[in-house]
Ligand binder design. Structure first.
Ligand code: AMP
Length: 171
C-alpha cells in the first residue's frame, strides 16, 4: 500500500513557509491506519522494547495501537502541566524561546528498555528532548520510530538513538 498517497501536504500551515504533512488524512482511512500500525510494529519490535514512549499528541495516536499489538504499556511524554502527581521535567530550546516536556516520575522502571514513537521527525528537537527526559527518569532508549521523516531537516543526525521512519520526504 502506498501510504504517502494518504498524507495530505498543506502549504503555509501553521504559518507561512511551512509545508505541513497532515496525518489526519491517513488516520481517516481504516486500511491505511491499519497498515501504518503494522509497519510501525515491525520497526519497533526489533529493538525488543519493554514499553513504548509516546509524545503528545499525535505520537499518542500512532504509538498506542503499536503498544497494544505488542502487549506493551505506554509512557506518556506530555507538555508542561498536563500530568498529575510527581513529574520530571526537561526544558529544551526552540527557534525562539524554550519549551518543556514532562513524564510522571514513576513512569519507567530503572533500566527499562523503551522505544519512542511519534508522527513526524522534523528537526529532531522534540524527539531528542524526549530521549533526554526518558534518560533522566532511568529509561534505556533503544530506538525511535516515526511515520514521517523530513530528511532535509536532518533530525536523524540530532537523535542519539537508532531511528526508523516509514516515509521520507526530501522537501
Ligand atoms: P521537531 O522538533 O522539529 O522535530 O518537530 C516537532 C513536531 O512538530 C513533530 O513531531 C511534528 O508533530 C510537528 N511537525 C514539525 N514539522 C512538521 C511538518 N512539516 N508537518 C507536520 N508536522 C510537523
Amino acid at each position: 500500500m502506498d501510504l504517502k498517497a494518504h498524507i495530505r501536504g498543506v502549504p503555509d500551515f501553521p504559518k507561512k513557509g511551512i509545508y505541513f504533512y497532515d496525518v489526519a488524512s491517513l488516520l481517516k482511512s481504516g486500511p491505511a491506519f491499519t497498515e501504518t500500525t503494522r509497519r510501525l510494529v515491525e520497526a519497533v519490535r526489533v529493538h525488543e522494547p519493554q514499553a513504548l514512549a509516546v509524545i503528545e499528541s499525535r505520537g499518542f495516536l500512532f504509538g498506542a495501537p503499536v503498544a497494544a499489538a505488542l502487549g506493551l504499556g505506554l509512557v506518556l511524554v506530555r507538555k508542561r502541566g498536563k500530568l498529575p502527581g510527581d513529574v520530571v521535567a526537561h526544558a529544551y530550546d526552540l527557534e525562539y524561546g524554550t519549551d518543556t516536556l514532562e513524564v510522571q516520575a514513576d513512569a519507567v522502571a530503572p533500566g527499562q528498555r523503551v522505544v519512542l514513537v511519534d508522527d513526524v521527525l522534523a528537526t529532531g528537537g522534540t524527539a531528542q528532548a524526549a530521549v533526554d527526559l526518558l534518560h533522566k527518569v532511568g529509561a534505556k532508549v533503544a530506538g525511535a520510530a516515526f511515520l514521517i521523516e523530513l530528511r532535509f531537516l536532518k533530525g536523524r543526525g540530532r537523535l542519539h538513538v537508532p531511528v526508523d521512519s516509514l516515509l521520507a520526504y526530501d522537501e
